[in-house]
Design a protein around this ligand. Sequence first.
Ligand SMILES: CC(C)(COP(=O)(O)OP(=O)(O)OC[C@H]1O[C@@H](n2cnc3c(N)ncnc32)[C@H](O)[C@@H]1O)[C@@H](O)C(=O)NCCC(=O)NCCS
Ligand SMILES: Nc1ncnc2c1ncn2[C@@H]1O[C@H](COP(=O)(O)OP(=O)(O)OP(=O)(O)O)[C@@H](O)[C@H]1O
Length: 282
Amino acid sequence: MHSSLASEILRLADCLAEGLRRELFLTPKPGLVDLLDAGAHPDLSLPLMLESAEFVGRGYRSFARALAEGRDAAQLLPLGRDLEKQLLEKFGTNTHKGAIFLGGLLLCALAESRRQELDLQQGVVAVALHILPTHQTGATHGARLRDKQLATGILGEARRGLPSLFNAALPALAAAHSRGLDENRAGLATLARLMQCVDDTTALHRCGPPGLARLRRDGARLESLLGQEVDPWPFLLAANQDYIALGLTMGGVADLLAMAYGISTFVQQFPSPAAAPALTSG
Ligand SMILES: CC(C)(COP(=O)(O)OP(=O)(O)OC[C@H]1O[C@@H](n2cnc3c(N)ncnc32)[C@H](O)[C@@H]1O)[C@@H](O)C(=O)NCCC(=O)NCCS
Ligand SMILES: Nc1ncnc2c1ncn2[C@@H]1O[C@H](COP(=O)(O)OP(=O)(O)OP(=O)(O)O)[C@@H](O)[C@H]1O
């Protein structure tokens, strides 16, 4: 691989790792770990999640180096599985499982998009077509929901080119920046959009369809408060108490928000928009 592409992929790995940290700092996020509490996750804490983000960031760098050495997405899968296993052993719980997969997919997609002159979303579809037909996840919560045809979760997102990321979160983040919203409100506007469109299997397996419906309603309410320039904090703090009581969370929303932060920073670091990879044509 050309050394300029190799360093571009390495830079994306670091941007995605930084995205994981920014997601954790965005506060308040109902049900999720943030600066105030661990939401509906008694097994998690902010220090644990920050350590996990650093660990996954090193994993992203190892994916980037493997791609630079010419390995493809199928050859990266064992590295992803190994990292996921190490993560579970090191932290004793599922801290960033979805993020390992999404980050690996985006790094492979960047390599693929540059190779085939595709936009990044088309690169995701190409990689997903290559790896998912034979992909085995094991007996996960997501697999159980897929078997019951209740949701396709992270794999459905991947197959469709991560529409929640490219067609919802990234446009919402860009619109928030161009409206001049500060870091907190821009993040909350992106969270609000994601809550309304992600088929989040962590919400579904914890609280069923009513849990997912609650995310949808709360996302719409948050978006409306932000649109009216009303302080959303009282609403979000109350929602967090409800989510804790219900055991409701939104891990997929959180993972996709982290990826949106990472991709947004990555694109902004190019000297001109023309030099950056096109994100989507959809
Ligand atoms: C694909 C994975 C994540 C399994 O997914 P599955 O849905 O079966 O598992 P599970 O129910 O545990 O959920 C996984 C995670 O997805 C996230 N998530 C949930 N819903 C969604 C959604 N709609 N969109 C995106 N992410 C979501 C959650 O944070 C959750 O932690 C993964 O474990 C796997 O198979 N990995 C293979 C190795 C690998 O990671 N390779 C990386 C390089 S490509
Ligand atoms: N800030 C955050 N707070 C909590 N979870 C987050 C956060 N950011 C990302 N996540 C994601 O949420 C997921 C954890 O959700 P959850 O605990 O419901 O999953 P699980 O371990 O599969 O299920 P359970 O613990 O209910 O058996 C992780 O994969 C992680 O990637």
